[in-house]
Ligand binder design. Structure first.
Ligand code: HSE
Length: 436
């Protein structure tokens, strides 16, 4: 059978990895796909730039528009990133009957609904395994492997840069800024590190996971996003003393009122396997009603790890080219006319537990006032830790762990606590999930 011809948009780290792995494992991949998969054309912003990999046998195309419309290309592989120019190119490729494989989470989280509709109209596939958790095949797990289950919730460490920063802050007791610089030097951070540290990259990925898990359209604009840039090593240390680790978690949960879709720093018990996923590694915990909790972990970024997911999609598309378009695995796991408009809950309606750190003047009655406010708000206390005041200081840190409650109730209680004359600073609040 004729080889499948791939046109590559982007010759960066992942593009290079894809060329290398396809070349190295060519025979093995062809045995799996049923046909050879060959990158015949490629384009990049600067075609003159020296690269650390060979482009032998690949025709370089100066204009990306010529690549996405090229009559000899079957699959367009988009490894550029961004959601403006690439959106036009991907839509053009689809309109020209090309299947698309992409690692672009921002593009699909923001414009997925439009792109999947176009793909359906033109009977082509848009595959995006590499967009979430790099080499970890989590899209396939949710879309196919767990399709018997009603998914209850997903909790994931899906940004390696922020996990690296949090791991190093905990193990070395170092501050946020210095570790961020280290992460940038090591090449972990996105071009704009804001996406990593403010939870935006994780929210893009979570949006895709949530849509596939619950059969809803992709709605990045409804995700609650809070990053790690304001976390202090002090809270990481107190959490550890209470038996917890702080991770930047993407959490999506089905409730009868709607879907929780949130990324924020979260305390999780240190005995959970996922709490021990450290450094740049990613991990996704999925709770299905039939299977129970399952954990998937691996490298969430990097040249060949991400190429592994890109090529798996190339193999999938190659195999699916021999099947009836109406019976392919749907883009979002559910049949397009079966998507539901289950509401995504605003963060005020989300239910979670909390770690609260209060800076209080060391005076009688402080704790009585605080516990009364919590009791009035029906917030039950799970644990409490009061640190001794530093020598010569009259301010103490009081740490309270609460049981689960609705966020708007916690907000009101925190506001009342902050208005007490005995409070020296704003309350630090970090959400806590037992994940059991
Ligand atoms: N910058 C991302 C991360 C990798 O740190 O996880 C690609 O998604």
């Amino acid at each position: 059978m004729k080889p499948i011809r791939v046109g590559l948009l982007g010759l960066g780290v992942v593009g290079g990895g894809t060329i290398e792995v396809l070349r190295r494992n060519r025979e093995e991949i062809a045995r799996r796909a049923g046909r050879e998969i060959v990158i015949t054309h490629a384009t990049a912003k600067n075609l003159q730039k020296p690269r650390g990999f060979s482009l032998a046998g690949i025709s370089l195309v100066a204009d990306a528009n010529d690549l996405v419309t090229h009559p000899e290309i079957d699959i367009v592989c988009e490894l550029v990133g961004g959601d403006t120019v690439t959106k036009d190119l991907v839509l053009k490729a689809i309109a020209n009957g090309k299947h698309v494989v992409t690692a672009n989470k921002a593009l699909l989280a923001i414009h997925g609904t439009e792109i999947f509709a176009a793909a359906q109209q033109h009977h082509v596939m848009v595959a995006f395994e590499a967009a979430v958790a790099g080499g970890v095949p989590i899209i396939k797990v949710l879309r196919e492997g767990l399709s018997a289950n009603k998914i209850e919730w997903i909790a994931g460490i899906i940004n390696g840069t922020s996990n690296f920063i949090l791991s190093e802050m905990r193990s070395r007791g170092a501050g946020f800024e210095s570790i961020l610089k280290e992460a940038q030097t090591l090449g972990y951070a996105e071009a704009d590190p804001t996406f990593d540290i403010e939870g935006i990259d994780a929210a893009h990925k979570l949006t895709l996971l949530s849509a596939i898990a619950f059969g809803t359209p992709v709605q990045f604009n409804k995700a609650y996003t809070e990053g790690i840039s304001k976390l202090t090593d002090k809270d990481i240390k107190y959490a550890e003393q209470l038996g917890y680790r702080i991770k930047l978690l993407g959490i999506t949960r089905w409730t009868s009122a709607g879907i929780e879709l949130r990324v924020h720093p979260t305390l999780i018990p240190e005995k959970r396997l996922i709490a021990n996923v450290e450094g740049v590694m990613n991990a996704v915990l999925v709770k299905g009603d039939a299977v129970g909790a399952t954990l998937y972990s691996g490298r969430g970024a990097g040249s060949e790890a991400t190429a592994s997911a890109v090529i798996a999609d190339l193999v999938d598309v190659t195999r699916m080219l021999t099947s009836d378009p109406e019976h392919r695995v749907p883009h979002l796991a559910f049949q397009p006319d079966q998507l539901r408009d289950t509401p995504i809950l605003p963060i005020e309606k989300v239910e979670t537990a909390y770690y609260l750190r209060l800076s209080a003047f060391d005076k009688p009655g402080v704790m009585a006032d605080v516990t009364r406010i919590l009791a009035d708000s029906h917030i039950s206390i799970d644990a409490m830790l009061q640190k001794e005041a530093e020598e010569g200081e009259d301010i103490v840190d009081v740490i309270i762990l609460t049981h689960r409650c609705v966020e708007e109730g916690a907000n009101a209680a925190i506001k009342r606590i902050e208005s007490l004359a005995t409070m020296a600073a704003k309350v630090i609040r970090i959400r806590l999930e037992e994940l059991n």
